[in-house]
Design a protein around this ligand. Sequence first.
Ligand SMILES: *Cc1c(COP(=O)(O)O)cnc(C)c1O
Length: 398
Amino acid sequence: MTIFDKPFTQQEPIDEATIARVGDILRTGRLHRYNTVPGEVSEAAALEAEYAKWQGADYALACASGGYALAVALKAAGLKVGDPVLANAYTLAPVPGAIHNAGGVPVFVEIDEEWHIDIADLEAKAASSGAKFLMLSHMRGHIADMDAVGDICERYGITMVEDCAHTMGAHWRGKRSGNFGHVAAFSLQTYKHINTGEGGLLTTNDPQIAARATIMSGSYMLYGSHGAGPDEAAFDGIRTATPNYSGRMDNLRAAIARGQLVGLDEKVERWNRLYRALDTGLRKSNAITTPVRRDHEHYVGSSLQFRPALDASQFPDFITACAKRGVDVKWFGANKPTAFTSRYDSWEYLGEPQDLPQTRNVLSNTCDIRVPLTFDEADCAVIGSIIVDECSRATGHV
Ligand SMILES: *Cc1c(COP(=O)(O)O)cnc(C)c1O
């Protein structure tokens, strides 16, 4: 029986040029983004300038985490305590956490079979809740019909915040994910497309949102030294009317991010080659369904979702059997959240769970697998064959 022996949580090493750069910064002792000598551009400011350019956004703000960027995005966009926020029910725990942290009240929206926000339910809940904010998670890289989402937001006067934790580098109809809404947040947490351990970026084309987010991130009155911030005029009337929610990025992490931004587009292509190799392997089984990716969606295949034709009762054994052979499959149908698979009904602090039968149904047979860049195409073929094998064993169809 083939056993796969590479870890699913191993990242690529940080390149030597970045390590040298980090060493240089350490030797200066100036790790804080506002600690510069005359004429010096801090590493955090340089990252902002480069990221804004790469993303095609007017403004970028480097901060402490993706979740922090999401909370600040909502607040900077004008969310008030108690305001309802529409959010797809399938997302990761930092997203409802960010809404809660910003004082908002999530109103969960169903997802469709392909893990996108459900357009009909979005419209229904936009109408019934009167929410003026949408936190749109492109969860696991699945980008919804952005024409339809944008149309609903426009008709209901809704401010769209995009959670691009899984879509940094992805496009929809040629436009980069993150450039559809009013403001977007990206995560640099270790399993995301840029790995700085922890970290986040916020982008927007709105100078007022950018100015408020900058002050909130903890800029004191040093916002003039930012790398991709709005003009001084945008800060008029905001400077002292905006609280400091301290959550800046430091220069070390900024240096690590800059080193990875350079090769990001090439990495996306590598991720997609691995994704396709794994997808091809899984499609050899009639008992496994993988997503049909739409032509106009240029995704980043850093994870793959699939559905084995199993009963709920068969899933735990299937997951265990895969794990025994070294293949780390996550299942979103379990009633108790394990590792990263928390579900909308596990966020008890939000009060009475909202009922989302369609989402529960879609997640009941959703499996998820990480595709780290330390794998190669041959690894993906092995992983695919192990999953296919264990799936046929579990269903009894060989
Ligand atoms: C990782 C993640 C975040 C938040 O990122 P952190 O940097 O860990 O705070 C938000 N949304 C999704 C879907 C994520 O996976």
